[in-house]
Ligand binder design. Structure first.
Ligand code: NCD
Length: 313
């Protein structure tokens, strides 16, 4: 039996049964929510703090909704990141949170590893809501749930992750989850946006959409993360128009994938840069809205699971 989860800091290192259990529980929360029910007793009296050092719309609100649907007291703290003494700021924050007796702490930070550091210093169960270019585990779980509901499985599927792989914590978490669960993962993008360690991650690398998308069941597009490109995007990508021409997803490029291939994007989207609106809004091929719905259910499952593992339930 794999160990009980105390925190959720990364997908890397999780065992298939742990992932499977989280997805099964999330599935039950989809059904519960769709039937108009909540489970407000589960986290009654518990405090959940959303600590966001970086912008977020979907992730923060879905953690807030998930916490409230399970009856927790939810507090949102947005913290402007200071460029100096980041370590100290974080440790001071940890001491404050401990004094507040927070049970569940959801953290987003622009520095990879910040949630791990906090997890060593706070009594709360820590959930990584995205750290730098490292991981975004709940995004990978919600993506997996979305795929599994539509395709009936994860094993044996071919998933193509396209665009700015190098700066994407979403890509990294998805690669770990999907390869662990038996999918074949391809990454497609310009050489400047494919991380050097791609080979070690067990994925196939492609630099053009036509060969990369051939036979794909799922086409996962990523946002071009200009804010993470040191020295500005100039050196790494051509103009937005050129990027779209080679790596942006439109109906013509989607036709390279399987006829029933489905399209995903974690949001926020740059329409016309990495994805064409007609594809993003296609009610048959696009799963983008469903991903948002699954986000709440997955976060309910994670909060539920960690509140049991924390030894205070
Ligand atoms: C992602 C993130 O913040 O890592 N967004 C999200 O959580 N839905 C992807 C992104 O910012 O491009």
């Amino acid at each position: 039996m794999p160990p009980r989860l105390r925190h959720l800091l990364a997908i890397e290192g999780l065992h298939p049964p742990q992932i499977g259990q989280l997805l099964d529980l999330a599935e039950s929360y989809v059904l519960l929510t769709r039937s108009g029910q909540t489970q407000r007793d589960l986290l009654r009296g518990r405090t959940l703090i959303n600590l966001f050092f970086e912008d977020s719309t979907r992730t923060r609100t879905s953690f807030e909704l998930a916490g409230k649907r399970l009856g927790a007291d939810v507090l949102n703290m947005s913290v402007a990141t200071s460029s100096v003494n980041k370590g100290e700021t974080l440790l001071d924050t940890a001491a404050t949170l401990n004094a507040m007796h927070c049970d569940l702490l959801v953290v987003r930070h622009d520095q990879s590893g910040a949630p791990n550091l906090l997890a060593q210093k706070v009594d709360a169960a820590v959930i990584n809501a995205g750290d730098g270019t490292h991981e975004h585990p709940t995004q990978a779980l919600l993506d997996a749930l979305t795929i599994r509901r539509r395709k009936g499985r994860l094993e044996g599927l071919t998933v193509a992750i396209c665009g700015d792989i190098a700066h994407s914590r979403v890509a990294r978490s998805n690669i770990h989850l999907l390869t662990t669960m038996g999918s074949r993962v391809r990454v497609i993008g310009p050489p400047t946006l494919i991380p050097a360690e791609a080979g070690r991650l067990g994925v196939e690398v492609f630099h053009d959409m036509e060969t990369g998308l051939k036979g794909a069941d799922i086409v996962m597009m990523l946002r071009l993360q200009r804010e993470r490109m040191a020295g500005g995007p100039g050196g790494l990508v051509p103009s937005a128009r050129e990027f779209f021409r080679f790596w942006g997803l439109d109906a013509a490029k989607l036709a390279y994938a399987k006829p029933d291939a489905l399209v995903m994007h974690p949001g926020p989207m740059n329409r016309g840069v990495e994805i064409d609106s007609a594809v993003a809004d296609d009610p048959v091929r696009s799963l983008i809205r469903e991903q948002v719905e699954m986000g709440v259910a997955v976060r309910m499952a994670v909060l539920d699971t960690l509140s049991r593992g924390a030894g205070n339930g």
